[in-house]
Design a binder for this molecule. Structure first.
Ligand SMILES: C=CC1=C(C)c2cc3[nH]c(cc4nc(cc5[nH]c(cc1n2)c(C)c5CCC(=O)O)C(CCC(=O)O)=C4C)c(C)c3C=C
Ligand SMILES: [Fe+2]
Length: 455
């Protein structure tokens, strides 16, 4: 039951209330992974395709020095399936390490080279996600580790289609994002022909995958930009809770959940035209879906924003003022209107002074789907820290990654609203951006993007 009391009495640290228990099962909740494995063991595989690798993922290395009798820890043995309806790394609980890397096809490389590359990448991703070595001359960086929840996810940028002569297959949803007035974007660290997202709960496993993917690119593609991120390690907290970002906020509470009735509709491109679901062969529906071309069925669109946090300014704010910026308590992520992390926020509630308790420009008020024509997305970010500028300012923030069936019904309307200024805007700066079409998962024997490249 929600606590409807007005949070007027602040703690000595000027917080909006005491810490409380949190119970969240969303992609940013690193501890949710444990629950999913348990469900899998009970025979109800979750949407994540996560399995518990009981035998240990290092078994694929020919001369692994470990004894078969020594089981891997739970963390090391967690395996996410490569093959499936959707690509891994979208609904998979967010891992503690992340690498984002964009490639441009090399001069002279076209559809043929791209096809061979996606074949190589898919093969490598499948092997590495199973805890096996990469195809040839493995670097041994991940030799002693299990799969450690490794996921490798592939996407296509707007420019890919021109480079490969596939303009006719380019989804309208991949049209460039609008310019936002508050953007400070570095074009060299934005967009790209191809995008790969790597996540794992072990830093060596994640790096190993990154290096293998880069080596696979060979002469077909070169790295355009690369970013490294992190989240809290699974098991670091005493009880399951949503992760925190570098501003110290509980971040990810209100993510749509795979169990929500409209989750698939909001996050994934439908397989059939929703207007004639009974007849996928009706004229105009079997090739071109409402959300784009047929090859994107079961896919999703990823928006990436490298958002620097102006931490020197943020950390000067008293905790109470920080809480007003978001509209939630810093201690436990509960709405300022009362209750626990998962209590519904009461947007109308006023304090004794007659003012709204959740400020009118609070980030969590402004971003709600019901304030944005139903716009919704799964946020699955990594924090980043790339050192300090010469003047000591931290180059740190959020590699904001959000997933939706259509960016025009997800990221764009919400960012348009935020661009007009919410309370958080003065503490962040968008420095790089990307939009990628992430096709559905590869079936056994297929590679990612096959329906596009061979369609
Ligand atoms: C355009 C989309 C969004 C950007 C960009 C964004 C940046 C951003 N957000 C935080 C911290 C929090 N965001 C929270 C909620 C929230 N944010 C967005 C969208 C963007 N955020 C949405 C859709 C929501 C959920 C709204 C809802 O459904 O109620 C929260 C509250 C806790 C939570 O629900 O996760 C925090 C905290 C930062 C730090 C940031 C940029 C650096
Ligand atoms: Fe947000």
């Amino acid at each position: 039951m929600s606590d409807q009391s007005i949070p007027e009495a602040r703690t000595p640290e000027e917080t909006h209330g005491p810490p409380g228990g949190a119970d969240s099962h969303d992609p940013t909740d690193t501890t949710a992974r444990e629950g999913i494995s348990r469900r899998r063991l009970l025979g109800t595989a979750g949407a994540t395709g996560l399995v518990l690798g009981a035998a240990g993922g290092a078994a694929g290395y020919a001369a692994a020095p470990t004894s078969a009798a020594t089981p891997l820890t739970t963390l090391g043995s967690e395996q996410v399936m490569f093959h499936g309806k959707h690509q891994p790394g979208i609904t998979t609980p967010v891992q503690s390490r992340g690498h984002l890397v964009a490639f441009d096809l090399a001069a002279g490389a076209g559809r043929k080279e791209a096809t061979a590359l996606l074949r190589r990448w898919s093969d490598t991703a499948r092997r590495l996600m199973a805890g096996e070595p990469a195809r040839d001359r493995d670097t041994s960086v991940a030799r002693d580790a299990g799969p450690s929840s490794l996921t490798v996810t592939f996407g296509f940028g707007h420019s890919f289609f021109g480079r490969t002569g596939l303009e006719g297959q380019r989804p309208v949803s991949l049209d460039p994002l609008p310019d936002f007035s508050s953007d400070h974007l570095d074009k060299k660290r934005s967009n790209g022909d191809l995008w790969v997202q790597i996540g794992a709960d072990d830093a060596l496993v994640a790096f190993h995958a990154l290096r293998a993917i880069q080596q696979d690119a060979g002469s077909a593609a070169r790295v355009r930009w690369q970013m490294n991120g992190f989240n809290r390690a699974p098991g670091a907290t005493a009880h399951p809770m949503t992760t925190r970002n570098l501003m110290g906020q509980v971040d990810g509470t209100r993510n749509p959940k795979p169990a929500d009735a409209d989750f698939d509709q909001r996050i994934f491109v439908p397989e059939k035209n929703p207007e004639s679901p009974e007849d996928p062969h009706a004229p105009g529906t079997n090739e071109e879906y409402q959300n784009g071309p047929a090859w994107m069925a079961n896919g999703s669109y990823a928006v990436i924003r490298r958002i620097r946090m102006l931490l020197d300014d943020w950390e000067k704010l008293p905790t109470r003022a920080q809480e007003d910026v978001i509209g939630r308590r810093k201690s436990d992520g509960a709405p300022l209107s009362g209750g626990t992390e998962t209590t519904e926020m009461d947007l109308e509630k006023t304090g004794k002074d007659g003012n709204l308790i959740v400020p009118i420009n609070a980030h969590a008020r402004i971003t709600r789907p019901d304030q944005n024509g139903g716009a919704a997305m799964v946020r699955r970010p990594f924090s980043y820290h790339d050192g300090f500028d010469a003047d000591g300012v931290p180059d740190a923030g959020l590699l904001f990654i959000c997933w939706q069936a259509d960016p025009l019904r997800g990221f764009v309307p919400v960012q348009r609203k935020l661009d007009r200024g919410d309370a958080l805007s003065q503490f962040i700066r968008h420095e790089a951006s990307g939009l990628f079409a992430v096709p559905g998962g590869a079936a056994e024997g297929e590679y990612v993007g096959q329906r596009l490249l061979e369609g």
